[in-house]
Design a protein around this ligand. Structure first.
Ligand code: DAK
Length: 259
């Protein structure tokens, strides 16, 4: 399979596949095509018997700075509902093989949500995690309010979601969001090291163990995610969403009116 916005290497190392998000000029902003490619690549790797662990990474500056605001800015609530990007995210969630996010630089909005959708996160010292959607007049829509809260607790999640402030790799580690922090030149290497340890285990046991750990989340997470998603779409009916996203694109401060 050939892709435009990602690079997929099924045999990056023995039994280890690497998927690189590859829109560097846009800080790997997750447009619909990139997310579709990521879904297709992960499906292919999940079906490939030689692959045991998958690593998703970006580049040193950005894992991903969120969904593509330029692609979303003029959408209506109904457009967003009909695009139904959630099915893409949901199919990534269903990947049976373990996925490690190797994060450096920005992991924001959908980028933070994508890293949390992975099973483990190895980060560089420069990594910054955040859910800054509130600053552009919306809110997290791909698991941020649910997975972040489960990972770091209500108080920290509330602060991040309501102020949009970023946390450093060090804070993310202290809060239990990530597995490891390493110097920037080592983050991919460290993710590979972790992947190798897992790749030595029984792939069937790994698959069932992953499924079982995730069961903890799934029972009530679904309800939360569907609630969150509807609220996210609803925000596209607001003037503040148009203002927030236009202001970002025009590089000015937004003026929110609460309408
Ligand atoms: N979208 C589009 N373009 C982006 C972008 C984004 N999210 N982030 C950065 N870029 C672009 C910038 O516009 C700029 O492009 P040019 O102006 O050069 O053409 C280029 O990348 C470099 O960015 P900056 O010049 O801004 O770089 P700085 O180092 O000054 O700042 C920054 C880096 C990451 C702090 C800043 O770019 C920034 O604040 N970016 C936006 C972060 C953000 O708000 N992210 C959340 C987006 S909303 C859902 C699925 C997903 C989602 C929701 C629902 N469903 C399945 C229902 C997700 C929503 C979101 O993520």
């Amino acid at each position: 399979m050939s892709f435009e916005f990602i690079i997929s290497e099924p045999q990056y190392q023995p039994h280890i596949a690497l998927v690189r998000l590859n829109r560097p000029k846009e800080l790997n902003a997750l447009n619909l095509q990139l997310m579709g490619e990521l879904r297709d690549a992960l499906k292919e790797l999940d079906d490939n018997n030689d692959v045991r662990v998958i690593i998703i990474t970006g580049n040193e500056k950005a894992f991903a700075a969120g969904a593509d605001i330029k692609q979303m800015s003029d959408k209506s609530a109904i457009d967003m509902l009909q695009i139904d990007q959630f099915s893409t995210w949901d199919s990534i969630r269903k990947t049976r093989k373990p996925i490690i996010a190797a994060v450096s630089g920005f992991a924001l909005g959908g980028g933070c949500e994508l890293s949390m959708l992975c099973d483990m996160i190895v980060a560089s010292e420069t990594a910054k995690f955040g859910q800054p959607e509130i600053k552009i007049g919306v809110m997290p829509g791909a698991g941020g309010t649910q997975r972040l809260t489960r990972a770091v607790g209500k108080a920290r999640a509330m602060e991040m979601v309501l102020t949009g402030k970023f946390i450093s790799a060090e804070e993310a580690f202290q809060f239990g969001l990530i597995n490891k922090i390493v110097p920037v030149e080592l983050y991919l290497q460290e993710a590979v090291k972790l992947a190798k340890e897992i790749a030595e285990m029984s792939p069937i046991a790994v698959q069932l163990a992953k499924e079982s750990v995730n069961k903890v989340y799934d029972s009530s997470l679904q309800e939360g995610l569907s609630f969150e998603r509807k609220n996210f779409y609803m925000l596209f009916a607001s003037e503040d969403q148009k203002e927030g996203m236009s202001a970002f694109i025009e590089k000015r401060k937004p003026e929110f009116k609460g309408r």
